[in-house]
Design a protein around this ligand. Structure first.
Ligand SMILES: NC(=O)c1ccc[n+]([C@@H]2O[C@H](COP(=O)([O-])OP(=O)(O)OC[C@H]3O[C@@H](n4cnc5c(N)ncnc54)[C@H](OP(=O)(O)O)[C@@H]3O)[C@@H](O)[C@H]2O)c1
Length: 279
């Protein structure tokens, strides 16, 4: 049975992909950072482990436990767990940026670097990173998140070259808006790090808070997490996994526009698409 290790399975994309791969016959090790979520995942029939991406000890302990339970077999890793730090760049503290990168990049690379030697020994392995349309199209008021998703693109492009010929294939899924707890989970990070009431961007933040609180889809062309699952399945199971999988219409449209439009035209379009920073 092929084994896959997934981070951030308490909700959203990670939760859906964990169940989707299990239904396709994968032996799924679903991880979450809170013990109650680990228990819940187990009660749903998944093999589950505690893994907090912000904590090196937790990453190492989870990987060691995974290796013991899987008999040392790791066919695939899906780096998924993360959050979004909202805020204009001029309002972002060093600590806010640090936390964004700790979770969404440093934890992923640390875990990936534990997986690579195992996959090298096996002579095969698939690594999938959950990037974003914001990894190539920088929406305003999301500077920390844009930066970390751009960084993920850089890591994936580098890994793909460094692992060529090893049998390890690296892919990036690049979703646009997907239904999940993502917006709700952005709020505490925003409130902790951005002094929004005293910011020159206060008007945009009032609108952004309404966006984060809005129940149901907040953006046009939002898809369910099954759209991401379909791409992850291709990246893990096809003979020729693609380097990149844009998911949703906006992700595809911006993927092409980024290549054809001059920088200033792209800025104008992104600012309009974001309602002047209010969406
Ligand atoms: N939803 C979208 O529109 C969208 C679009 C493009 C890309 N993405 C990417 O998709 C991935 C999953 O997000 P989602 O949309 O499914 O949102 P979500 O429902 O908020 O899920 C995020 C998951 O990451 C986990 N997580 C957060 N911090 C963590 C940490 N320190 N250690 C381990 N796990 C941690 C969360 O756990 P807790 O419950 O413990 O917080 C949760 O399980 C993210 O990388 C996100 O950037 C999402």
């Amino acid at each position: 049975m092929r084994t896959v290790l997934i981070t951030g399975c308490s909700s959203g994309i990670g939760h859906h992909v964990a169940h989707g791969l299990a239904a396709r016959g994968w032996r799924v090790f679903a991880t979450a950072r809170r013990p109650e979520d680990v228990e819940r995942l187990a009660s749903e029939g998944l093999e589950s482990l505690r893994l907090d991406l912000d904590d090196t000890e937790s990453v190492r302990a989870a990987f060691a436990e995974f290796m013991a339970r899987s008999g040392g077999r790791l066919d695939a890793l899906f780096n998924n767990g993360g959050f979004g730090q909202v805020g204009a760049v001029e309002d972002l503290t060093r600590q806010a940026l640090r936390e964004q990168f700790e979770t969404n990049l440093f934890g992923w690379v640390e875990l990936t670097n534990l997986a690579i030697p195992v996959m090298r020994r096996q002579g095969h392995g698939r690594i999938v990173m959950n990037g974003s349309v914001l990894g190539y199209a920088a929406f305003p008021y999301r500077g920390a998140y844009n930066a970390v998703k751009f960084a993920v693109e850089g890591i994936v492009d580098t890994l793909r070259q460094e692992l060529a010929g090893t049998g390890i294939r690296v892919s990036l899924v690049e979703p646009g808006p997907i239904t999940s707890r993502f917006r709700a989970n952005c709020r505490p990070h925003f409130e902790r790090h951005v002094d929004w009431q005293n910011s020159v961007h206060r008007a945009q933040y009032v609108a952004q808070l309404a966006r984060l609180d809005k129940p149901g889809p907040a953006a046009p062309f939002t898809l369910g997490p099954e759209a991401v699952l379909a791409k992850v399945v291709h990246a893990l199971e096809s003979r020729r996994p693609r380097p990149r999988y844009p998911v949703t219409v906006p992700a595809l449209v911006f993927w092409w526009l980024r290549r054809v439009l001059p920088v200033r035209a792209m800025d104008w379009l992104l600012m309009r698409a974001s309602g002047g920073g209010k969406r």
